[in-house]
Design a protein around this ligand. Structure first.
Ligand SMILES: [Zn+2]
Length: 472
């Protein structure tokens, strides 16, 4: 019986105003190539780096949220390798003194979390002349997190990566959209029949959760089959081909000695513990309720079903709006209604990754919407129509309802007249009802809805009809 062992290395681009070692804007994706560049981030000789405090603070907060040990002092190091997207011939990273050590998330031990600069981006099939390089990404602050090799299934690895993605978003430290390369997963995999770990293989650039599970499952199977056939596993780096569903050999793995790490001479050593606001107590005070805690609270302290709680927690915007709305609307149905509308009707407009944010979905608009439903002014059909408008254009639910004629008619005087008219117009039906055929009521409610073009509150209409039919 072989036991697979999996460790993860996860990179995430941090949300800062500027890059890690220069003043260029940190906006690698949605601008023309080579827009945000300067002598520092394209690696001109003699250009000097200076450290971005906001990036360091993100990593310190991430480490604190993951219950890690924050370094009292730190340094940056040069990691040498040659590649066109790394113009200096080295990457500024951290080696012996990472910002964070010994952390934990989702039951998985984390060896270290450190800060480094992202590389530029090469594209190979854009022009016939050859490969091209975009330096907008060069020098973007990147967090690297390394777990202990303690996971044993692809599902466990995926769960860890998903929980980390949510945590980074809750901390507002990273957007972490995998399809944008804002979060990248590498998996180290080995299998063994004994306590001693087998030879490990690294799979790089897993850019979706589907790729994470697919590649790990394929690799575990490949190792077992190779060992059963008496072959040796080669320590190497492999890639994942989404189309074939297979991993492929890329290169033999460098050892750390080949990177010739050395302290970065152009940056000083940093004393973290002397910076105001960076002591453990102050850092802890900046950590919001995290996804695992929030899920536990929803399940234990509200009556909403676990599936809905999970959807809300996975989408920070929904969870924020939920918390704000149930605090604002004091009614026994508020929790159930808010959870329902957010986790189904709003959710259906979100991308699966949950990173599409809607300006129109706020505590204020959803509070107004839920209050209208509770007050009987809005039907569930009307509420759904309003959500569609909020997602698209924003606005106030009350104004949208007025403009679109979505208000529900609950006025007994107005509906009473219509009920009377319907009863008078269907004397045969009324006789059937009085003879005991109660299904007729539904038909009559339907007639009231028709008369009011769907705006009648069906509960009020039904009550009025019953009253009318039962008095002889
Ligand atoms: Zn720059």
């Amino acid at each position: 019986m072989y036991t697979p062992t999996i460790g993860l290395e996860i990179h995430a681009e941090l949300l800062t105003d500027s890059k890690l070692f220069c003043g260029c804007r940190n906006e690698p994706n949605e601008v023309p190539p080579n827009t945000h560049i300067c002598p520092v981030c394209v690696g001109y000789p003699g250009a000097l780096p200076f450290l971005n405090k906001q990036a360091v603070e993100h990593v310190l907060r991430i480490g604190t949220a993951l219950n890690g040990t924050v370094a009292t002092a730190t340094e940056f190091d040069r990691k040498h390798y040659f590649y066109p997207d790394i113009p200096k011939g080295y990457q500024i990273s951290q080696y012996p003194y990472p910002l964070i050590q010994k952390a934990k998330l989702a039951g998985v031990g984390i060896q270290r979390v450190h800060l480094e600069e992202d590389t530029a981006k090469s594209s190979h099939d854009v022009t016939a002349q050859g490969s091209v390089i975009d330096f907008n990404r060069s020098g973007v602050p990147l967090m690297e997190l390394v777990t202990d090799p303690v996971m044993h299934t692809a599902e466990e690895a995926k769960h860890f990566a998903e929980t980390l993605q949510m945590t980074l978003r809750y901390l507002e430290a990273a957007r972490a959209r995998m399809e944008w390369g804002e979060m990248r997963v590498e998996a180290n995999i080995s299998v063994s029949k004994t306590e001693k770990l087998g030879t490990k293989v690294e799979i790089k650039n897993l850019n979706s959760f589907k790729a994470v599970t697919g590649a790990i499952e394929f690799e575990i199977q490949r190792h077992i089959e190779a060992l059963e056939n008496g072959e040796r596993i080669v320590q190497e780096t492999r890639g994942w081909n989404e189309n074939t569903g297979k991993t492929f050999s890329q290169r033999l793995k460098e050892t750390s000695a080949e990177y010739r790490y050395m302290p970065e001479p152009d940056l000083p050593k940093y004393r973290i513990d002397t910076v105001p606001g960076w002591d453990a107590v102050s850092l802890k005070a900046t950590i919001p309720e995290l996804p695992e805690q929030k899920l536990k609270r929803y399940i234990e302290e509200t009556e909403i079903p676990e599936g809905q709680a999970d959807i809300l927690v996975r989408h920070k915007q929904l969870a924020d709006v939920f918390d704000g709305t149930i605090a604002a609307v004091r009614h026994k149905d508020a929790v159930r209604l808010t959870a329902n509308y957010l986790s189904t009707d709003v959710m259906q407009y979100m991308e699966t990754d949950g990173e599409t944010l809607f300006d129109g979905i706020t505590v204020a608009t959803i509070t107004e919407l839920i209050q209208l439903i509770i007050d009987g002014e809005l039907s569930s059909r009307g509420a759904k129509d309003i959500i569609a408008v909020l997602v698209q254009d924003g606005g106030s639910p009350r104004t949208i309802a007025e403009q679109k004629g979505l208000f529900q008619q609950s006025d007994e005087r107005v509906l009473g007249e219509i009920v009377e008219r319907v009863v008078r117009g269907h004397t045969d039906m009324v006789d059937e009802y009085r003879a005991g055929k109660e299904q007729v009521l539904k038909f009559l409610v339907g007639q009231v809805m028709k008369e009011t073009k769907g705006s009648a509150n069906p509960e009020v209409a039904s009550e009025l009809l019953k009253k009318h039919l039962n008095k002889k």
